[in-house]
Design a protein around this ligand. Structure first.
Ligand code: CTP
Ligand code: CA
Length: 226
């Protein structure tokens, strides 16, 4: 109910959405992953499609069924996600990075299963930083393209959340940041979400609390206004 009479308002807009969480392999049977379900990204793709946008969806290990009529493909690692985003970037108007990207990947991927008999009582993994896909987009995009990031933060209160969000916005250089508070039980995997949408100056330009679909509509409205 957040966008009355909105059907068709995004006609002509091409939107790239990433959803889910990347997985970084350790060996042929194991990976480092995160708790992103992909629900918010998929809700964004569904909402944008129903509002008339041309949507491309890149998914990383989502548990959800993908929306019909939305072209997309799956990736596993952050490096694969980066390649897919860079490939699609020239043909879209808006990029929404809803995917949770692994910050680090194992320096070495074992060709064979890691065996505990060959290791001691502790196992140390050496990790290296993945590229920051979102932070790299402003330099690769055209000025009229709109880049939207997400930030999931564990925070004490609203002011602290906003402080973390504004600092992240400055580091990323994106046009909008959708901020949400997460904890062990909130955000990831849930059917509802609460976000604060900041523009590039850190000003609050939208807020929504509701189903992930309602939150998706509020985000789409905020980032396409004006
Ligand atoms: N992101 C990205 N590439 C990465 C890490 C994150 O593109 N290697 C994107 C995410 O898709 C999200 C935004 O950056 O849109 C913020 O992700 P987040 O994990 O909150 O921020 P980080 O910069 O990784 O900071 P930290 O996890 O340390 O809070
Ligand atoms: Ca991160």
């Amino acid at each position: 109910g957040l966008v009355p009479d909105a059907a068709g308002d995004l006609r002509g807009k091409r939107i790239l959405i990433t959803a889910g969480g990347t997985r970084e392999p350790l060996d042929p049977v194991r990976y480092l992953g995160n708790r992103s379900s992909g629900k918010q990204g998929i809700a964004l793709a569904t909402a944008a499609h129903l509002r008339g946008a041309e949507v491309e969806l890149i998914t990383a290990s989502v548990d959800e069924t993908l929306p019909n009529h939305v072209p997309g493909h799956g990736v596993q690692t952050a490096a694969e996600l980066q390649r897919a985003v860079h490939e699609a970037l020239p043909r879209v108007d808006i990029v929404i990075m809803a995917a949770a990207v692994a910050d680090y990947r194992p320096v070495q991927v074992s060709e064979t299963k890691i065996k505990k008999e060959e290791r001691g009582d502790t196992l140390t993994l050496e990790l290296e930083k993945n590229p920051d896909i979102l932070a790299g987009l402003p330099a690769l995009s055209r000025p009229e393209q709109i880049i939207v990031g997400f930030a999931a933060e564990t925070s004490r209160d609203r002011e602290h959340l906003l402080e973390l969000g504004r600092a992240k916005l400055a580091r990323k250089g994106c046009d909008f940041l959708c901020l949400n508070a997460v904890g062990w039980n909130d955000g990831f995997g849930a059917d509802r979400n609460t976000v604060i949408i900041l523009d590039a100056t850190g000003t609050i330009v939208g807020e929504a609390s509701g189903t992930k679909r309602e939150v998706a509509d509020a985000i789409l409205t905020a980032v396409t206004a004006g």
